[in-house]
Write a protein that binds this ligand. Structure first.
Ligand code: NAD
Ligand code: GLY
Length: 363
């Protein structure tokens, strides 16, 4: 098992990465405030893993409330949040209850937001079961839901007390979902870790073949990068080059997800196409060259990710991107590549360049 620390003073916590973590009740119990645990999962993950985690806990005397939501990005909304609150209240869960998210990023974001707001906040544990959630969404405390007008528009920062990334769960993950997670793994290399990017270029085939050591290393290195960024700028308040750098490709990608309808493209797929748009815009600014853009595109393609966005039209992209949370004083703040392995935030782009980058990178 590999252990990392997210250093956030009194909100610090450990990320545990390794096999058979769901079957280790002590790793959960030692982070709970009482014997009450509410596990939030969905109709896909619950049949696979809910008993694996809940049975040993019950055997250890924990009273477990199970909350199973419908599966899908289109259910990351108020209705699902209310389902969680209804179940917590119906089972008389008190303020000492711990909420545990068992699933991918959708479940983690929903359960985390519920934990942040139920009775003004209860303890929260993440048990991520997708690659994307193990390398990104379970770490850092961003929680929330989508609004029809924009991705992740309503939410809260609420750090987990522990993250249990059980790598055994990746064995049942569909190939398309594995690739989706790879978009966020590649992101860390592009924004701040060139030697990791080179390692990914050398090992992408082994990763896609689910080589256990390679996957565990990629998860650890991704989480280490994320932990450093989050520790330096927990609430994304840095004016430049803080936590916002984790959003490379996301302003374009969120426009794709919202524009097509949630769930049509997977999050990582939208981010992959958005990353190529960000690279192309960086080239137009003269920061990187065509060979660099080809390098970005090539690695994403090798991870079996789309590298061209859907043809929503540049006007629609621009309208959707205007809702981005990084918009400040009416200006788009984009994450771009100063060079491969170093991203920066940039508010100085002109609309014509953004539109051109979108048009060059759409089908
Ligand atoms: P997801 O949660 O929808 O999971 C993908 C699919 O895989 C779902 O159908 C799920 O039921 C299924 N699944 C999960 N684990 C499985 C397993 N082990 N075996 C088989 N099937 C399994 O999607 P995701 O890619 O995990 O997360 C995407 C979400 O995360 C988006 O909503 C995105 O906005 C959010 N996100 C949040 C942050 C953050 O910092 N909070 C960061 C990145 C992404
Ligand atoms: N996934 C972006 C962030 O956590 O800030």
């Amino acid at each position: 098992m590999r252990t990392l620390n997210v250093a956030l003073a009194e909100r610090s916590y450990e990320i545990l990465i390794g096999p058979n973590l769901l079957g280790r009740p002590a790793a959960i119990i030692e982070q709970m405030a009482s014997d009450r645990l509410a596990i939030v999962s969905n109709t896909t993950v619950a049949p696979l893993y809910l008993d694996r985690i809940a049975n040993p806990l019950r055997a250890a005397g924990i009273r477990v409330t199970e909350i199973v939501l419908p599966d899908g990005e289109n259910h990351k909304n108020w209705q699902s949040l209310n389902t969680i609150f209804d179940a917590l209240l119906a089972d008389r869960c008190d303020r000492a209850t711990t909420v545990l998210a068992l699933g991918g990023g959708v479940i983690g974001d929903l359960a985390g937001f519920a934990a942040a707001s139920y009775q003004r906040g209860v303890r929260f544990i993440q048990a991520p079961t997708t690659l994307l959630a193990q390398v990104d969404s379970s770490v850092g405390g961003k929680t929330g839901i989508n609004h029809p007008r924009g991705k992740n528009m309503i939410g809260a920062f609420w750090q987990p007390a522990r993250v249990l990334a059980d790598t055994d769960t990746l064995s049942t993950l569909p190939d398309r979902q594995l690739s989706s997670g790879m978009a966020e793994v590649i992101k860390y290399g592009l924004i701040r870790d060139l030697s990791f990017l080179e390692w990914l270029e050398d090992n992408m085939d082994r990763l896609l073949a689910r080589d256990a050591d390679c996957l565990a290393y990629a998860i650890e290195r991704s989480c280490a990068n994320k932990a450093e960024v989050v520790a330096a700028d927990e609430r994304e308040t840095a004016k430049d080059n803080g936590r916002a750098l984790l959003n490379l490709g996301h302003t374009f990608g969120h426009a794709i997800e919202t524009g097509l309808g949630y769930g049509e493209w997977l999050h990582g797929e939208a981010i992959a196409a958005g990353t190529v748009m960000a690279a192309e815009l960086s080239r137009r600014l003269g920061w990187i060259d065509a060979a660099d853009v080809a390098r970005v595109r090539g690695l994403l393609q090798r991870a079996r990710l789309p590298v061209r966005g859907p043809a929503l039209g540049a006007d629609r992209y621009m309208e959707l991107m205007g809702h981005d949370k990084k918009v400040m004083a009416g200006r788009l703040r984009l994450v771009l590549l100063k060079r491969i392995g170093e991203a920066v935030t940039c508010s100085e782009t002109v609309a014509a360049d953004i539109r051109a980058a979108i048009e060059t990178c759409c089908v």
